[in-house]
Ligand binder design. Sequence first.
Ligand code: SF4
Length: 343
Amino acid sequence: MSEQLRKLTSLSRSCFDLAAADSGRESAMVKGGYLKMLLNGRCSFDCAYCGICRRENAPAFAPKELADLICSLWKENRITGLFLSTGIPRDCGESMDDLIEAATLMRRGGFTGYLHLKVVPGALRTDINEAARLANRISINLEAVSKDRLSEIASVKNYESDLLRRHAWVAEAAPGRHTTQIVVGAADETDGEILSFMHREYQRFAPASIYYSGLIPLPGTPLAGAKPANPARMRSLYAVDALVRDYGYSPDETTAALDEEGMLLPGDPKINAAGSVRIDPSSATREELIRVPGIGPKAAGQVISMRSAGRAVTEKMLREAGVVMKRAGAYLVVGGRVQERIG
Ligand code: SF4
């Protein structure tokens, strides 16, 4: 293996460490042709969950060196896209400049594949705009749900100026093409705090998605002895995220899925949020229908168009529309009759 490929492999692994699992959505190295890596594996920051902070002798690419390598991998059809982040060895401006220079040279060198650039904390607005111009997607990691929670796991980043202000610039520069991420389980935050964060995020910045990275306690980090994030917790958070982003659930509705300690109740958050509601599908609005467990946006749309076409709302019709009666039955009143859970 050439020295450059060895370095690339190491920086791709570091990126995986950095993301503290990245919720399993994107894994390290090349998956389906999508290479995920760091430009520079050195960082002077002190994020407690991060496996690369203050690592001695970590590898780094010069922007042109990486651009040439990516362009040749692209021309050889060995990659289809690139996620590029970086550690911050000295200052944020310099690291952002390097990312932009690398991306500019890649584009000039003929790399037309999908490019996701990570914006570093404290980046200049002009650099964020340039990153948005060069990349298909940009993102900035908020890492924690609030200023106080961030201060428990990172002392250098300023939540308001380095992250939130930059997040607003990212959202303006790349509407509909930006994402963010938090690490779950690193700062003892409750699910209730995460849900409040989630609602604020979607209302204020409208990210295409929020990534919830479950903490993996890495050896050699201050959180090495912490408990890893529970996979069931991560699944529930993603389920609530879908309810907020795709179904428009309000803060009050998602609060109904929490217990007294502010943690999500076991089981499906949609069922927990539904409580004992009963609706009549012959008159229910789309918003009412999609809140019923077993009825998704597609089935709700089908029920409404079949109703508009004059079809009587019966159990058979609901099944034809795609309603999962086994789940939905207990929440429906069909033809004046309360449905039982159908096994
Ligand atoms: S800023 Fe924090 S999370 Fe990012 S590379 Fe540096 S130490 Fe790791």
